[in-house]
Design a protein around this ligand. Structure first.
Ligand code: FCB
Length: 488
């Protein structure tokens, strides 16, 4: 791990320390395409996206950005932008098409080439094992609410640790288990689209167990000296009205402490168990599980996009469901607190996702994590924004609002650093416009545009801006033309 002990950045304007990582992130189902090629088995996202009505416009990840075939050119783009690291995810159904049993060598070969290609270009490989593409066979056998899925994940972690653990720089076990559990099994806006509050909590536990076991399995099989991590999407909360504190406590327990508790402290928070007692008795937590989950990690991955505002629901007025997340579908993402807390509209400005732009929330989050886990180094593994970009007649994409979003958030990150937060790096979401889950191709997050008809890539102004940041380590000011556009 690169130490960021030097402090030359403190009084020198928005200069980032030597060794601070600037990277970009993607995820397998969102960019790869080639859904049935070279032995890849189906995942829950194939099934979900092919189910009418689940994804906007009937979009699927069948082709996506065709990164499976264009990976070399995409690595060239990253090298051209001067990025230090690439956070990608491994598709479990490429490695083990049915989730257990046979290993598919062609899948391993793909990621092995990708990792070598990154290293050749001086880009550190940061590999996530699970960014939501569960093999469909495992879902058919019960999915994350079933303990056997955590067993299968452990075996998968051994296989990839063995194959790539000599070269991967950082292993990330899970991406945003909050989404996998609560959106997948509770709210239903994500695959597999179930509406079972008790199953969502069982999924929380089995994802936690999968994380802890995978860290152990990766450690046992990785021949190199990689870092170990997990990525969580922390909810940064504001409360209003009487009982604001209670509303925030409940959602903090479900969204944040349900994961940091077992992973970083070795216990579920007692208030979480009490708040959800009417939904489940947590009998799926076996003796010894918490010790398995509680593994030391080198970095804690932090994904941040916006804040959420809550109040206790009066039980009478129509309940607001604006929880800032994708594709609500009748279920609840908040087992045990659904009839208690409501999410209320937040002041703008907003991105194209309808998410409020609140860079101060990121600084606050980093400071709060430092306070809660003083010895835990942090890494921002996702931050970025969707905007409806347009292409100028000359082919350029002047995505001024995204540049402004990134500049504001990196300024907030810098403020946290200068207050002594041990933050090792920042990954922009995303390298490429891609398949944005329930929104299909309608939402563009890339610093590189993808034309989904021709699959042609164009570096946006935000990509050029980020290149300058990666190169100089100084947050670039907005140019006069960008300021004029934002003033309008
Ligand atoms: C996060 C996901 C990522 C992407 C961004 C916008 O929740 O991890 O795949 O969809 O949101």
């Amino acid at each position: 791990m690169t130490a960021t002990g030097n402090t030359d950045f403190r009084d020198a304007g928005l200069v980032f320390p030597e060794g601070f990582t600037f990277g970009s992130a993607t995820a397998s189902y969102q960019v790869e395409g080639a859904a049935t090629e070279d032995g890849r088995g189906p995942s829950i996202w194939d099934t979900f996206s092919h189910t009418p009505g689940k994804v906007w416009n009937g979009d699927t990840g069948d082709v996506a950005c065709d990164h499976y075939h264009r990976w070399e050119a995409d690595l060239g783009l990253m090298a051209g932008l001067g990025l230090n690291a690439y956070r990608f995810s491994i598709a479990w159904p490429r490695i083990m098409p049915t989730g257990t049993g046979e290993v598919n060598q062609a899948g391993i070969d793909f990621y092995s080439r990708l990792v070598d290609g990154l290293l050749e270009r001086g880009i550190r490989p940061v590999a996530t094992l699970y960014h939501w593409d569960l093999p469909q066979s495992l879902e058919d056998a019960g999915g994350w609410p079933a303990r056997a899925t955590a067993d299968a994940f452990t075996r998968y972690a051994e296989v990839v640790g063995q194959a790539l653990g000599d070269r991967v720089h950082t292993w990330t076990t899970l991406n945003e288990p909050w989404c996998s559990a609560y959106l997948g099994y509770g709210q239903g806006g994500h695959a597999p689209g179930r509406h079972e509050p008790a199953a969502a909590l069982a999924a929380v536990h089995h994802l936690n167990l999968a994380h802890g076991r995978a860290v152990q399995a990766l450690r046992a099989t990785s021949a190199g000296d990689p870092d170990y991590s997990v990525t969580l999407n922390f909810h940064v909360l504001r409360g209003i009205g009487d009982g604001a504190g209670e509303a925030m406590r409940r959602i903090d327990a479900l969204a944040n402490r349900a994961f940091t508790g077992p992973m970083l402290r070795g216990a579920y928070p007692s208030d979480l168990l009490e708040d959800t007692a009417s939904v489940t008795d947590w009998g799926f937590v076996h003796d010894g599980d918490l010790a398995e989950i509680h593994q030391p990690i080198d970095v804690l991955g932090v994904n941040y996009y916006s804040t959420a505002t809550l109040r206790l629901w009066d039980g009478v007025s129509p309940k607001q469901q604006n929880d800032g997340h994708k594709g609500a579908d009748g279920g609840t993402a908040w087992p045990g607190s659904d009839g208690v807390v409501e999410f209320v509209e937040q002041p703008g400005p907003y991105t194209d996702m309808g998410w409020n732009i609140a860079p101060e929330g990121l600084e606050e989050l980093l400071l709060s994590l430092r306070e809660q886990f003083p010895a835990q180094p942090l890494m921002i593994t996702e931050n970025g924004a969707a905007f409806p970009d347009t292409v100028d007649p000359d082919g350029a994409v002047h995505d001024v609002e995204r540049v402004d979003y990134l500049r504001r958030h990196l300024t907030a990150v810098h403020r946290a650093l200068s207050q002594g937060v041990d933050l090792r790096g920042y990954f922009v979401w995303s390298l490429l416009d891609n398949f944005e889950w329930g929104y299909g191709y309608a939402k563009r997050f890339g610093i590189v545009r993808v034309d989904f008809d021709t699959l042609e890539r164009t570096v946006k102004d935000s990509g050029l801006w980020y290149r300058e940041l990666a190169h100089t380590r100084v947050v670039p000011e907005l140019g006069p033309r960008e300021r004029r556009t934002l003033d309008r």
